[in-house]
Design a protein around this ligand. Sequence first.
Ligand code: EPU
Length: 344
Amino acid sequence: MNTKYNYSLVKHNTFGIDVAADIFFEYSSVEELTDFIAEMKHSPEKNKPMLHIGEGSNLLFLNDFKGVILHSQIKNIQRISERKNVIVLRVGSGLKWDDFVAYCTLNGFCGIENLSGIPGEVGASAVQNIGAYGVEASDTILRVELVDLQTGKKRLISKKDCQYGYRDSIFKNEFKGRYAVTYVHYKLSKKFTPNLSYKALKSMVDVKYERRQLSPTDIRKEVIHLRDQKLPDPNILGNAGSFFMNPVVEKQLFDQIQKDYAQVPFYEIDEEHVKIPAAWLIEQCGWKGKNVGPAGVYDKQPLVLVNCGGAVGQDIAKLAESICQSVHAKFGIDLHPEVNFIAS
Ligand code: EPU
């Protein structure tokens, strides 16, 4: 158990924004967390807001956090059932997501190898429904274990009750701020079928591997390679990955845009809706590679905003706002941040 006061969060958010939390509490077991919640009820700090974070790879702190930050250090992996072709793992929410992916690929537990190299922790995979290269975390999530931050009560919910959608879940809506995720159960396959639905991954693999049979480790290697080409390493350049979600627009609006921009990239959602890459919209508005003070738009992937050095949360937020305004003025589309803005 580890409680710190007036604690800098600079190492706990991948934007590298230097703000402080009144109280920072890390726990290594569910009991430590429930004890802390019980103690808080009788403490003078009991009315302070609580925020549970993961690695902070999806957060933008706008100022000091006048409350309690919670962070899981539960990192164990348990095999809870195993059959010929399927294994169910119970994984601590504080384990680094990519360490979990590495463990699975090494052991031949398949289904998340396309999600290699994503910053963040296991708990956040269940909250954000992280996704990349044709796969989402919810494809393999079976159940999620929670602790109620008010009562300390434990709860187990099924994947169906998590209400997963594109970068969405009940934890970002009805349950927002209410629970800590302590464990996530994943159902993985022991039989490998590569998911090559993402074109750039397929082309890369087709060229490099030709007739050789692919393994989950090969996919992991190629995904990491693809990511390295496009996405900045947060240890070198502060960022939170995709800053915005890819917008889904009405087919009618898309048709209008396509008249003026025949080359507009898109993914069909259904007969009436189309998803347009936010990266393309932002680039068309001339933002790619631009800086405004210490905040910048990454030159290889404009969906990523970066801290060029010494930025405060407001610098990034102002840049994001200007981008939204340009995209709205040019295309009539509202971009929605994927990153959580934290103000207290
Ligand atoms: N594009 C441009 N200009 C650029 C880059 C991209 O116009 O400079 C256009 C291209 O048409 C390209 C399209 O955007 O085909 C899509 O780009 P990309 O394949 O890089 O994917 P994305 O839609 O921008 C999403 C996820 C990423 C994930 C990739 C790969 C969201 C919000 N983001 O990005 O997730 O890695 O797909 O699957 O859905 C993250 O969450 O932090 C993240 C990086």
